[in-house]
Design a protein around this ligand. Structure first.
Ligand code: ADP
Ligand code: MG
Length: 560
């Protein structure tokens, strides 16, 4: 039975499988390995994930969501096409799409997955990720930390089995920098740092603002849709600068051109580089390492492709980063490698020492001077090494007490009310005299950073397991089944005709963004295409699609 590896990214997601010991990235129905983490819901309840949804972000903003990974483990609710979804439900659609792509690629059903998560993800965020997997109809075998996956892939691909890595992951909206050791089948995250609001998007914005400055437009005064289209063009310009020395940005009805070079980009991004250097300094300080003690600097994330990033790191660190394969594929390759190891029933331990247990976990005990304010009784203390399983021993507070309520708290405060309540276990106990009950509370915090709580009444030898009832974040097994059924009524758009749908969605987006003659040209192309689609002649449709794509590329200023 195949286990697939998934990089569930904020901007893009990928799925990877291991076949005959070979790691393979799975192409989606458009033939691309990167699937934008964007979900669109149609009025009829059809779900569309990826490139088509990304186009609809502009044309149908109230039916489309992106960047929902940022809200995993929170109570945020997204309303799309008048229906409500949690972040993990939106993620489950992305996962379902990736699962389908993998099934088509492998020719067999897939029921198990390994999914990567940021190293700093807390208990709620990890739980939400697992729930997303379940809602997509998969058992999540394991969560693996993104920097661990990157280090694993780097070690395999570079042929060096072991070492100390500095993983530099610059994605669409986030920067994660980690020091990771990989020795003797243990991947240990020594320190993590980063900036939750620094990524490729910020470089796009710098380009957009620099352009406005140069041609005398006031960026702040642009309308939302104008900003959106300028940012799109800026991203395009940024990507061109990765491949060439210069790129020209042309925007607006007057279409003034401005030429960017990497030199100009670097000058304009000083403030972003300062924030990047701060994150690197922090991670080296926390890991108590110098750069000389790092064997390899691994570039991860689409934005690490930028030459200005490479040069900056080389100068700042005095060491050349290594670019193994494509930086935006490396986490997925690592997760796929790990899934393969899992399939062979081998084990690599993935530890997060610094970050996965940053808070104390404990329960409530009676406060004899103020019954309304129970006191925190720590069970697993902060910075405990994982996995950790600890037992706290408790007893009853009064004669004949027949019920106990075991709260599960996270935090460092003396009073429970000042800590975060993660859940609660209610249990009937055997009524005995005060102080005679023997209640054991076991907290197990596993290497995935997931907490399980078990309460045992030794007199009855009765155990309640932690179905954590914090309704805000977690579903019970029953609720999960119920929600799974409901979500299954949403169908993913079929992969047939995906290219046509992408062209139509793109046409709609360009229509919204452009004006005048260009709009008329779009209408003509779209009408022709729709007419030909009715004739159902595959050859003609293919020609017409090519024609439309060529026109759209030209209107968007994309080189052929
Ligand atoms: P995430 O981890 O956030 O899901 P990715 O690692 O896929 O995201 O990175 C997406 C970012 O990478 C986007 O901001 C995109 O503009 C940027 N990017 C992708 N390709 C290039 C390129 N060739 N040059 C510069 N930036 C790129
Ligand atoms: Mg990523």
């Amino acid at each position: 039975m195949a286990i697939i590896g998934i990089d569930l990214g904020t901007t893009n997601s990928l799925v990877c499988v291991c076949q005959d010991g070979q790691v393979r990235l799975v192409p989606n129905s458009l033939g691309q390995v990167l699937t934008p983490s964007v979900v669109n819901v149609e009025a009829n309840g059809e779900i569309c994930v990826g490139a088509v949804a990304k186009e609809r972000l502009v044309t149908h903003p109230s039916d489309t969501a992106a960047s929902f990974k940022r809200y995993m483990g929170t109570e945020k609710v997204f309303t799309l096409a008048k229906r409500s979804f949690t972040p993990q439900e939106l993620s489950s659609f992305v996962l379902r799409q990736l699962k389908e792509d993998a099934e088509r690629f492998l020719g067999e059903e897939v029921t198990e997955a390994v999914i990567s998560v940021p190293a700093y993800f807390n208990d709620h965020q990890r739980y939400a990720t697992r729930e997303a997997g379940r809602l997509a109809g998969m058992q999540v075998e394991r969560l693996i930390n993104e920097p661990s996956a990157a280090a694993l892939a780097a070690s395999r691909l570079s042929g060096q089995e072991e070492g100390s890595y500095l993983v530099f992951d610059l994605g669409g909206g986030t920067l994660d920098v980690s020091v990771v050791d990989y020795f003797e089948n243990v991947i240990e995250i020594i320190a993590v740092s980063g900036d939750n609001h620094l990524g490729g998007n910020d470089f796009d914005e710098v380009i957009a603002r620099r352009y406005c400055e140069a041609v005398g437009i006031i960026y702040e005064e642009l309308e939302e849709h104008e900003k959106a289209s300028l940012l799109r063009l800026s991203e395009k310009c940024k990507k061109e600068l990765t491949a060439r020395k210069e790129a020209v940005l042309i925007f607006g009805p007057e279409g003034q051109a401005f030429t960017f070079t990497n030199m100009l980009l670097a000058e304009s991004c000083q403030n972003l580089f300062d924030r990047i250097s701060q994150a690197i300094k922090n991670v080296l300080r926390d890991s108590r390492r110098t750069i000389d003690e790092i064997d390899e600097v691994v570039l991860v994330g689409g934005s690490s492709r930028m030459p200005v990033i490479f040069l900056f790191l080389q100068t700042f660190l005095g060491k050349s980063p290594c670019m193994i394969g494509s930086p935006d594929e490396i986490v997925a390759a690592g997760v796929g490698t790990y899934a393969g190891i899992k399939e062979r029933k081998q084990e690599i331990r993935d530890l997060v020492l610094t970050d996965s247990c940053p808070f104390t976990l404990g329960t409530n005990v009676a406060n004899h001077s103020d019954h309304a304010r129970p006191i925190m009784s720590p069970i697993i203390e902060r910075n405990s090494i994982l996995p950790s399983s600890k037992i706290g021993y408790y007893t009853n507070a009064y004669d004949g007490q027949s019920h106990i309520s075991i709260g599960i708290y996270q935090g460092e405060s003396y009073y429970c009310e000042d800590n975060i309540e993660l859940g609660k276990i209610e249990m009937d106990i055997l009524p005995v005299r005060k102080g005679e009950a023997m209640i054991e509370v076991r907290f197990t915090y596993d290497i995935n950073g997931i907490l399980e709580v078990e309460v045992t009444d030794r007199y009855q030898n009765k155990t309640e397991r932690a179905v954590v009832t914090s309704r805000n974040f977690r579903l019970s097994e029953q609720e999960l089944e119920q929600r799974l059924k409901e979500l299954n009524t949403y169908k993913l758009a079929s992969s047939g005709g995906i290219r046509t749908r992408l062209v139509l969605a793109r046409g709609e987006r360009l229509f919204a963004q452009l004006l005048g003659d260009e709009r008329r040209e779009i209408v003509e192309v779209m009408q022709r295409l729709e007419k030909i689609m009715n004739e159902q002649n595959d050859q003609k449709i293919a020609n017409s699609l090519r024609e439309a794509e060529a026109v759209f590329d030209r209107l968007e200023g994309l080189e052929p």
